[in-house]
Design a protein around this ligand. Structure first.
Ligand code: HEC
Length: 446
């Protein structure tokens, strides 16, 4: 039957319904149904031209179709099912129609054994009856609809019904999973972004169906005081070290890492050991030694004021070595200081020169703390004591005063005048008086 024939049947049905007194509204509904029927035909019109034709036949009432038509539909069924599931659905419908017809209209006497009745449908049990009619009874159980993209297909109403979609997901991110009706699940390798499980690689990508490691992760923190590495589980590791480093201060040396930071070492030694230079370190790490004007020591005992000038210690303020003696020659030695050459000076009278005079003329009364209170006769230190008789003078000085005024030696009848006293042994002679005078003039030296 052609499409135009089917359309004719529908048209006739519409006309019949109209004659049965349906209302205008129901007539309108019917028009919609007609449209739906037309859609159904159109929907059945699958890409395969043969299937389209067969489907149209299958949809027609079974009692209208002729056995020749049904046989044709049955023969086409396997091919249709193998090519497309959607088409196969139509094909099953066709099969249903074929089965119904075959049971009823098979030629009498055609079959002798069951094998003569094989309709090629796994979902029917085919037998040859005693009346030589073939019987095709719907079977149950597992079957294969020929589509590898369905699983668990089962027989239903003498047809093999598609089961559930075959699970093709292999759980692998590096394969694109799909299903091909003829060959089943397909797992095509891709180049998707993936994770190789290591945090030490980046930009991992699929290759050959597996996740390939990407480039090594860069863990360099650019800090010289840490040792950088990557741990597959923990990621970048930065362990403090104690290596040499630079604190960016050129005026420190021996900088070392500690606790992840560079710690300044000792200050650069710019000391030139020169007191007259002030030492420093500039930003470039160069030592400078600038002249100063500090006080210093030029190492000479002959200069009293030493001051730095032009990076050297310059002595000034000569040491005064003048001993006020006209006869001496004064000088200064840098190491020992003042020196006085006395070679041109006269011999100085000492106590030793006058002691014999005092011993002979005076000791009889002036010994042992005796007359006059003190031993001026034989003891030098007593001669330096203050005199009571001659205020403002020493006892030694007063001695000459009393000799010359005739009061000493006491009781000896001396006048102090050498001329008048001449011949008197107790009296001090002119020469002895001169020597005592000289001693006093020389400073009463010991
Ligand atoms: C005989 C004993 C005697 C003889 C020798 C004698 N004196 Fe004296 N002298 C005295 C007596 C006592 C005094 C204390 C009374 C006085 O100041 O007059 C004295 C006091 C002095 C004083 C005073 C002391 C003072 O602190 O001011 C002087 C100086 C002195 N005698 C010098 C001499 C000298 C120098 C000689 C030898 C040349 C000498 N006498 C020999 C007995 C003596």
């Amino acid at each position: 039957m052609s499409n135009s024939s089917a359309f004719l049947l529908l048209l006739l049905s519409a006309t019949f319904l109209g004659h049965c007194g349906s209302t205008a509204a129901s007539s309108g509904d019917q028009t919609q149904n007609d449209a739906a029927a037309g859609d159904a035909v159109s929907s059945d019109a699958a890409p395969d031209a043969a299937a389209q034709s067969d489907a149209a036949v299958a949809d027609a009432p079974a009692d209208v179709a002729k056995s020749e038509d049904v046989s044709t539909a049955g023969a086409d069924t396997p091919d249709v099912a193998a090519v497309d599931a959607a088409v196969a659905e139509d094909a099953v419908d066709a099969q249903d129609a074929a089965d119904a017809v075959a049971t009823d209209v098979a030629p009498v006497g055609d079959c002798k054994v069951d094998g003569d009745c094989n309709d090629g449908n796994g979902c029917t049990v085919d037998t040859c009856g005693a009346d030589t009619f073939c019987k095709h009874v719907a079977a149950s159980g597992v079957c294969d609809d020929g589509n590898k993209c369905t699983s668990g297909d089962t027989c239903s109403d003498s047809a093999c019904k598609a089961g559930t979609p075959t699970a093709c997901d292999d759980g692998q991110v590096c394969t694109n999973d799909s299903c091909d009706a003829a060959s089943g699940c397909q797992h095509a390798n891709n180049t998707a972004v993936c994770d190789d499980g290591s945090v030490c690689t980046v930009d991992d990508a699929c290759a050959g169906g597996k996740c390939a490691a990407g480039a090594p992760k860069v863990c360099d923190d650019n800090a010289v005081c840490t040792d950088d590495s990557c741990d597959a589980a923990k990621g970048c590791q930065h362990v403090n070290n104690s290596g040499a480093c630079s604190d960016d201060n050129a005026c420190t040396v021996g900088d070392v890492c500690a606790a992840g930071a560079c710690v300044a070492g000792a200050a650069k030694d710019c000391d030139d050991k020169q007191l007259c230079t002030t030492d420093s370190c500039d930003a470039s790490g160069n030592c400078s030694h600038l002249a100063n004007n500090l006080g210093c020591d030029d190492g000479s005992k002959c200069t009293m004021v030493d001051t730095c000038a032009d990076k050297a210690c310059v002595g000034s303020g000569a040491l005064d070595c003048d001993d006020k003696l006209a006869c001496s020659v004064d000088s200064c030695d840098a190491k020992t200081g003042c020196a006085h050459d006395m070679s041109a000076c006269p011999v100085v009278t000492t106590y030793a020169d006058v002691k014999p005079i005092f011993a002979n003329r005076c000791a009889g009364c002036h010994t042992g703390g005796g007359s006059g209170g003190h031993n001026i006769g034989t003891t030098y230190s007593d001669a330096l004591l203050d005199s009571y008789y001659c205020p403002g003078k020493k006892k030694g000085q007063c001695a000459l005063v009393r000799i010359q005024n005739g009061s000493m030696p006491l009781g000896a009848g001396c006048t102090g005048n050498p001329v008048l006293d001449a011949g008197k042994n107790a009296c001090v002679t002119a020469g002895e008086q001169a020597k005592i005078a000289q001693w006093l003039s020389d400073g009463m030296k010991q």
